[in-house]
Ligand binder design. Sequence first.
Ligand SMILES: *Cc1c(COP(=O)(O)O)cnc(C)c1O
Length: 405
Amino acid sequence: MHKPMSEASISLEPADDRLIYLDYASGTPVDPMVTAAMQPWLTGVGSAANASASHRIGQSAAAACVRASEQVAGLVNASPDEIVWTSGATESINLALLGAARFQSERGRHIVTCVTEHPAVLKTCDELRRQGYDVTVLPVDSGGLLSIDAFVAALQPDTVLASIMHVNNETGVIHDIDSIGMVCRDHGVLLHVDAAQSAGRLPLDVRAQGIDLLSLSAHKLYGPKGVGALCLNRQRSRRVEPLLFGGGQQRGLRPGTLPTHQVVGMGQACELGADHLSTEPAKVASLRDTLWMNLQQLDGIQLNGQADQRACHILNVSFSGVDGESLLLALEDLAVSAGAACTSDGAEPSAVLRSLGCSDTQASSAVRFSLGRHTSAEEVEQASMRVVGAVTRLRTIAEPLAQQT
Ligand SMILES: *Cc1c(COP(=O)(O)O)cnc(C)c1O
């Protein structure tokens, strides 16, 4: 997270009209239809109802949660009883990796993942390593893509689990999950896919793609923060060990009272995501391409991530001679990210970009623009002008300094 300019500039109110929001990869606005669906569960007796209670309102909360499971399942071609509600993708990923590794530990203790994964995956793998598991972290090429041959070669007789993200959150690069799923199926390896960035943007089908465990987050998909889901493909009749213990909710797999409003919101968000899938990604991709075209008025810029293998919403650009964090500060009315929005320490150049072969300088001069459902052509034009202006200005300031040294 980049540092705000000064304490005085921090507002507790949502931002003003001048702000152009191009940070959909770190959080999407809640769709008004999602807010409307959540409303009955946020007021009056609806807000009291516990889905585990046997009275009428409790049962209607339970029914609303089942309906929401159907909506999530519908987006990924799962069945509703395969959906486990969590607090977000981070928790889903922890449950998937720790839970599956523990359940499989008699069979083997080797796990395969990829260097560009989200910290929720990489840090969980670090924890598994501390617990005696063996983790192979595969590299990517300069486009951010994983080699299927390298993936196959990394599998060992004791490999039980692989975790590969669908769409990278910094570059938007799409991994070939279909091929990885096929390899995993052939080798009897469980496949976990982090789909936080791809849900609602690319078709997902846990059956056809051979995905055993799929992590989702509502707030990347026009739903509320604080809720996510883990989809467990039961056709492969595998299980995961729970991480939490308590009441018997969700078959003991993730106990605790279901947050009806959050769950209903995520369900509605997934249904909308499925409805929009045939039209929205193309529209967003076209706005992203316009942004990239406009930015090419500038010299010395580089697109990060394989151009023809990207999801619709992310544009990651390095601006030579400009520090990404400084550019962000110069663009105070533009909400974009420098490097990874999800790591706490903004000072480090992005590890994802460095793994694509970017130098530290290139990585720290990168800005991630991410677009979505509510982005307009007008905002793209405005944002382009502001970025071109700011980069030009920063470069003119930097040049005489560079000549002096
Ligand atoms: C945002 C994100 C996560 C974490 O999701 P939360 O719901 O915020 O915990 C995990 N993986 C990817 C790819 C993400 O973009």
